[in-house]
Design a protein around this ligand. Structure first.
Ligand code: WTA
Length: 632
């Protein structure tokens, strides 16, 4: 593409071929149009989908920050993800391709089959008494049934709450209790790097104190011995044989603003927040962003290598691809088991055209060297994607050169559980700078502001805020609307506070620096310092604890803990190890600290708040900054 103007820094321009194939050829024109007429842009996108009844209003901002989209409309996301395709040639198109961790099982589901499987699961959970508005917790691994379970809930108007299968019984318990779920859907065990993780037993443990749960639906995956409570627990494969499971299941007509799902994510304080998304706007946002950013073509095979337990999986394994009538690939295992060519084998075997993953996975695979990907034919790849944390230029370039053979633009998509869809992202023809997500998506405006809310100069670091509403924005924190207002809309009234620091360069490109709140991003997983600290102090030896994040070669950020021991306990290597295990057990192995240090005191403000910033500076041998409020 002809360079329009000289851009600063290292820039990768799209090839002629990329431009030729791209859906959006003139990014500037499209952005300008959406900017001038936000509602017009989104209503045109929404009109590409089917609605039982169209909206009265595209955007209702009369009660901001409680924005509403497509008010008055009737819709169900499943109608657009599945039902509408059944009337077209897509009925016979593959919706999902799946491969087991060991590579011995391969399953494919056409849109027709997807409808059958989702209807079956929906009939079963309906027969269990699940109704519109009820919450259902899903605790599973990457198997097709997790997709069926999510869509089955949505189909009948129930609200799913997926909890990542790596979370502990205690974390699961907290999420079930907060959501007051009636039903839990799980599987006997999950294969993780050749070992079985007992999901059902973890559910049993979590349910000891969850009176709201009436039934547990268990998918058989590993076949190991699994205790079943005869009154509460049901094997899915047994119920699936019953006549009640096998009839048609009507898709429930929902209001556009009816809840679709909640998903827990870590915040700066207290327990995880239940982010609420709705049927109408979330549908339009995920459909539109995936279409433009990954430029989905009918013949594409798209692979989002995230886990359905996180928002990336919700939006871009499950909903976005199906809304676009695409063929999506899901792999049960991880990138390096049994060998570090596992992913490349999948790309070759299934002819994947678009691969979307996280910097931590790329850095992890980089360490094994180029020989592993070079053994495979990766020429089917057309586009690559990155999400979850800033991608360091070194990893970006490796991904670009070794995986994409310098032919595939990398879509570095910045977004959050709260935003539901990509917010700062290129589309394929946008010139790229390694490490920058480029500019806000169509219809969005971002700004970098200082403590007082004033825009900073280009090049300076500040708070990242979003200035315009978007259809797939979170509607509230489930059960805690005040926290929604305080967390996102109070620091800079009228602007959405992302919780990230960033800077903008002279070309208008955004560079995310990292979280500014007390959230640690470990391998793209959000963990709150408060959660880690409360896990540490739940151990009898610990009186007080502080957790910070420090740079880590593969994980991006690693957790480092500082503990003050109770009287009668002495620091030791074995106690440090015990505390690391304790955090893994209480939250999840992803939260296990890199190390635990014992201290006599923690740096605190006069009002008693731990100054993690000071701990961080000390640990890295950097200046401590403003310590006027420090009282040690
Ligand atoms: C970070 C994941 C830089 C950021 C979709 C954000 C990123 C948090 C990027 C949200 C990216 C996500 N570049 N940082 N491309 N994508 N982040 O809710 O700090 O799990 O606030 O959503 O991840 O994490 P969450």
């Amino acid at each position: 593409m002809a360079k329009k103007k000289e851009m600063e820094g290292e820039v990768f321009y799209p090839s002629e071929q990329v431009v030729e194939q791209a859906r959006v050829k003139d990014w500037e024109a499209m952005a300008e149009k959406a900017d001038k007429d936000l509602e017009g842009f989104w209503s045109a996108e929404a009109s590409e989908l089917e609605w039982y009844k169209k909206w009265d209003k595209v955007l209702d901002d009369s009660k901001k920050p409680f924005f509403k989209w497509f008010t008055g409309a009737k819709v169900n996301i499943v109608h657009n993800a599945i039902d509408r395709h059944l009337k077209t040639y897509r009925k016979n198109k593959l919706a999902l391709i799946w491969e087991s961790e060991d590579g011995k099982e391969h399953l494919t589901y056409s849109y027709f089959a997807m409808n059958r499987e989702v209807s079956r699961m929906a009939n079963i959970i309906k027969a269990m008494g699940v109704r519109k508005g009820d919450r259902v917790t899903i605790y599973m691994g990457r198997i097709p049934e997790i997709v069926f379970a999510m869509l089955a809930c949505a189909k009948i108007g129930a609200v799913h709450s997926v909890v990542f299968g790596g979370f502990s019984a205690e974390a699961l318990h907290g999420r079930i209790e907060d959501s007051q779920s009636k039903l839990v859907i799980t599987q006997d065990g999950n294969y993780v790097n050749g070992k079985i993780v007992d999901l059902k037993r973890t559910v049993d443990e979590a349910l000891k104190r969850c009176p709201s749960v009436e039934n547990v639906l268990v998918v058989r995956r590993t076949g190991q011995d699994t205790p079943m409570d005869p009154l509460r627990d049901h094997w899915y494969h047994e119920l699936a044989k019953l006549p009640v499971a096998n009839g048609k299941c009507p898709t429930e007509e929902m209001d556009a603003e009816d809840p679709l799902y909640i998903l827990y994510t870590s915040g700066s304080t207290g327990k995880p927040k239940a982010i609420l998304h709705v049927h109408g706007g979330y549908m339009v946002g995920t459909y539109t962003t995936l279409k433009y950013v990954f430029d989905l073509k009918d013949e594409d095979r798209f692979w989002c290598a995230a886990d359905p337990g996180w928002v990336t999986g919700h939006s871009y394994i499950v909903y976005g691809p199906l809304l676009n009538g695409a063929t999506s690939f899901m792999f049960e295992g991880g990138p390096a088991y049994p060998y570090p060519n596992r992913w490349w084998q999948c790309v070759e075997r299934y002819g994947i055209n678009i691969l979307y993953t996280a910097p931590t996975a790329i850095r992890g695979l980089m360490r094994f060297g180029e020989a592993w990907p070079n053994k495979h034919d990766l020429s089917s790849l057309r586009l690559l994607g990155s999400v979850g944390e800033p991608i360091n230029p070194e990893a970006w370039k490796w991904y670009h050169r070794v995986i994409g053979k310098e032919q595939c633009p990398i879509m570095d998509t910045w977004w959050q559980t709260e935003t539901g869809m990509f917010m700062i992202t290129p589309t394929p023809t946008v010139p790229l700078k390694p490490g920058s997500g480029t500019r806000p998506f169509f219809g969005q405006q971002a700004e970098i502001v200082d403590e007082a809310g004033n825009p900073v100069k280009d090049g300076d670091e500040g708070y990242l805020v979003l200035k315009r509403p978007w259809p797939s924005m979170l509607r509230t924190i489930y059960g805690d609307p005040d926290r929604y207002v305080n967390q996102y809309w109070s620091k800079f009234p009228g602007k959405y506070l992302a919780g990230d620091s960033a800077r903008r360069d002279a070309d208008g490109y955004y560079w995310i620096i990292g979280r500014v709140d007390d959230v640690i991003n470990v391998s793209g997983h959000r963990l709150g310092t408060a959660e880690i600290e409360s896990a540490l102090v739940s151990h009898p030896a610990v009186a007080e604890a502080a957790a910070i994040g420090l740079p880590h070669e593969v994980k991006g950020t690693g957790i480092h803990a500082f503990c003050l021991l109770r009287a009668g306990f002495a620091p030791s290597e074995s106690l440090a190890e015990e505390l690391r295990q304790h955090v893994a057990k209480v939250i999840s192995p992803i939260a296990r600290p890199e190390d635990v240090k014992f201290v006599d005191k923690l740096p605190k403000t006069r009002s008693g708040k731990i100054m993690r910033r000071v701990l961080k500076a000390r640990a890295q041998g950097l200046p401590e900054g403003d310590v006027s409020t420090l009282e040690e």
